[in-house]
Write a protein that binds this ligand. Structure first.
Ligand SMILES: C[S@@+](CC[C@H](N)C(=O)[O-])C[C@H]1O[C@@H](n2cnc3c(N)ncnc32)[C@H](O)[C@@H]1O
Length: 457
């Protein structure tokens, strides 16, 4: 199925379907069957003549007739169903509901002096311009079930992830999308899976301008970035919104893998206190730009380092100050870790972040931060799998006091899901090392002792 990626588009389409008849169900209204398999776009090959029902009424009658036939109008792209012909008007009707004169509200029409003589079938020339991208691609690509594909819109860019069997059609798909999608100037295909450090997609330009600097809005917040150099996925907008909705003004957010700021910028705009970090210098640059553009610089501190280093430096220092000098029962502290392929591997950075002495004087009702860590899981029982992944990397089991939830975020590929695991850090986690770390440390100390003894002998 052709998945239109934006919900807004879907709503518009469903609304249209509710009011009008589906053109693609009528063979005559589909593009000519000869275009099936076309790999080089030849727009003139889409021309065809069809016969459609029509009413011819005097110009003076149109205003009164239109409300009676409104629901029968032929709706196609760039087609005006009411056209001037000589001194009268021709009203084009849809062939699905209108088979003949009797299909119309004849009594009402006759009352307006419109009768069977006004009804006939007209020749209508259909062209490439009259079909949507979806309709054109459905008629060109191999078969309906596996022939079509999904795309995302990021500003003026349409981003495709074409399966192998569609690669011979990529130029055509690119041209059709650029022709048909409003404000689309650039069409790119995902060139390989994202396995590079900064998680940005490797892109192949298939049509249009090689311009990747985009302006887009997510949940009403404007963002700018270079899509070829940073990570941005519009399919995460709902997840970003869920987290931002959890935050209240004066809450604290530590965003370990912040990207260009889809958690951090809206949080800072909400007057949360944000510390945002990303290792990619380009993400960091655009993060700063977006903070400035959204006028939230006073509420956000940004850094450009490895996530672990950010946790043991910026986060450690800021959190210690808050735990020791503020009433943590009056606001929330959240840590987002969205690097699903490996974020769990950073969880042990919280173990032994402080010495027992540093946290010895805290009030008993102190509220520790909530971590939201994202992870992929493959196969069966993925929910249980992510829990185990988090627990083993953290070196602690998450009982009902600590675990806040394991939430499904999205299906990434067949059999591969993305989850958010939310849990509270505890005094024990923050002041003791992970079991394996203790063993490693003890082992290292013993080695040192033996080595010293050997030296002494
Ligand atoms: C999946 S993206 C998430 C970006 C953003 N938070 C979002 O939700 O869209 C992961 C981000 O982590 C950054 N990154 C990758 N490795 C990192 C590391 N070791 N330390 C800090 N950031 C890292 C990448 O540059 C990328 O921006």
């Amino acid at each position: 199925m052709f998945i239109v990626s934006r919900l807004k588009d879907l709503t518009i389409i469903t609304n249209r379907l509710r009011h009008y008849f589906r053109n693609m169900d009528v063979k005559e209204l589909q593009p000519p069957s000869s275009v099936r398999g076309m790999q080089e776009l030849q727009r003139e090959q889409f021309r065809k003549i069809v016969q459609v029902p029509r009413l011819r009424v005097p110009e003076s009658q149109v205003q009164r007739v239109m409300p009676l036939v409104k629901k029968f109008l032929l709706k196609m792209e760039h087609l005006h169903p009411v056209r001037a012909v000589d001194q009268s008007r021709e009203i084009l009707l849809h062939p699905t509901p209108v088979k003949n004169w009797d299909s119309l509200p004849t009594e009402d029409l006759q009352r307006q002096k419109v009768n069977a003589e006004n009804f006939s079938f007209a020749d209508l020339e259909l062209r490439y311009e009259n079909w949507s991208a979806n309709e054109i691609l459905k008629s060109v690509l191999p078969t309906e079930e596996e022939g079509l594909t999904s795309y995302s819109r990021i500003g003026h860019i349409a981003h495709l992830n074409l399966r192998d069997h569609l690669l011979p059609y990529k130029q055509l798909i690119g041209q059709v999308l650029r022709d048909k999608l409003p404000n689309c100037r650039t069409v790119v295909n995902k060139a390989s899976s994202i396995d590079n450090t900064y998680r940005n997609f490797q892109l192949e330009l298939i049509c249009g301008d090689p311009d990747y600097q985009v302006e887009t809005k997510e949940n009403g917040v404007p963002f700018e970035f270079d899509f070829s150099k940073v990570y941005w996925n519009p399919r995460l907008s709902t997840e970003h919104e869920r987290i931002v909705k959890m935050l209240k003004s004066d809450d604290v957010l530590y965003d370990v893998f912040a990207g260009v700021g889809p958690f951090s910028i809206p949080a800072a705009k909400k007057r949360c206190h944000v510390l945002a970090n990303d290792l990619n210098p380009e993400s960091f640059r655009w993060l700063q730009h977006n903070a400035k553009r959204n006028k939230c610089l006073p509420n956000i501190k940004m850094s450009n380092k490895d996530g672990r280093q950010f946790i043991v430096e910026e986060l450690r220092e800021d959190l210690l100050k808050r735990l020791c000098t503020t009433d943590t029962t009056t606001y929330g502290i959240h840590i987002t870790m969205n690097l699903p392929a490996m974020a769990v591997e950073f969880l042990d950075a919280f173990r032994g972040l402080y010495s027992a002495d540093e946290l010895a004087q805290l009030p008993t009702n102190v509220c520790y931060p909530t971590v939201h860590v994202y992870s992929f899981a493959k196969g069966e029982n993925t929910k249980e799998l992510v829990r185990q992944l988090v627990e083993s990397n953290l070196g602690a089991s998450l009982d009902e006091n600590l675990l806040q939830g394991i939430n499904f975020v999205r299906n990434v590929a067949p059999n591969k899901d993305m989850y958010r695991v939310s849990f509270k850090l505890s005094l024990n986690m923050l002041t003791t090392l992970k079991e394996v770390e203790v063993t490693r440390k003890r082992y290292a100390e013993e080695e040192l002792e033996v080595a010293t003894k050997v030296k002494c002998v």
